[in-house]
Design a protein around this ligand. Structure first.
Ligand code: DQA
Length: 143
C-alpha cells in the first residue's frame, strides 16, 4: 500500500527553524527515516511539503486516486484550515495527524486543530519520531 505523507507550511525549514522547538533534523532526514521504516513495514511512500494551502488540498485530492492512508502535519494550517479538513473528509482511508511539538503545551491558538475532527489518530510532542509512530499505526490499521 502507498502512504501519502504531507507537510504544511514552514516545515521545509525544519532543522533551521526554531530548533529548540522542532529539533535539528531536516525534513530530508525525516523523509529518509520514513522511507527506511516504510520498507520494513511493506509500505511505499509519497512524501511531500507545501507552503500553500490550495496545493495541500490538491495533494489530498490526488491521494484519493492511489493512497491507502495519509500522514499529515498540517503545521499552522491545522489551526485555520477548513479547506484541508474538507479535503481530508473526501478521502476514505485512515488519516493520522502529526505535530512535532506538543501543541497543547504551547500558545492557546495552537490547542485547536480543525484536522483533528477527521484524524483517526493524533500524535503530538513526540518530535519527528511522531512520523514513524504514525506509519506504524497505519500499517496496523491497514493489515
Ligand atoms: C506544528 C505545530 C504548529 O502549531 C506549527 O504552526 C507548525 C508545526 C508541529 O509540528 O509541532 O508549523 O504542526
Amino acid at each position: 500500500p502507498l502512504i501519502q505523507i504531507l507537510n504544511g507550511p514552514n516545515l521545509n525549514l525544519l532543522g533551521q527553524r526554531q530548533p529548540e522547538i522542532y529539533g535539528a533534523e531536516t525534513l530530508a532526514d525525516v523523509q529518509a527515516r520514513c522511507e527506511t521504516l516504510a520498507a520494513e513495514l511493506g509500505l511505499s511512500l509519497r512524501f511531500q511539503q507545501s507552503n500553500h494551502e490550495g496545493a495541500l488540498v490538491d495533494m489530498i485530492q490526488a491521494a484519493r486516486q492511489d493512497a491507502a492512508g495519509i500522514v499529515i502535519n498540517p503545521a499552522a494550517y491545522s489551526h485555520t484550515s477548513v479547506a484541508i479538513l474538507d479535503a481530508l473528509n473526501a478521502f476514505d482511508g485512515p488519516v493520522i495527524e502529526v505535530h512535532i511539538s506538543n501543541i497543547h503545551k504551547r500558545e492557546a491558538f495552537r490547542h485547536h486543530s480543525f484536522v483533528s475532527a477527521r484524524a483517526d489518530g493524533v500524535i503530538a510532542g513526540c518530535g519527528t519520531d511522531g512520523y514513524l509512530l504514525a506509519l506504524r499505526r497505519l500499517a496496523s490499521m491497514l493489515a
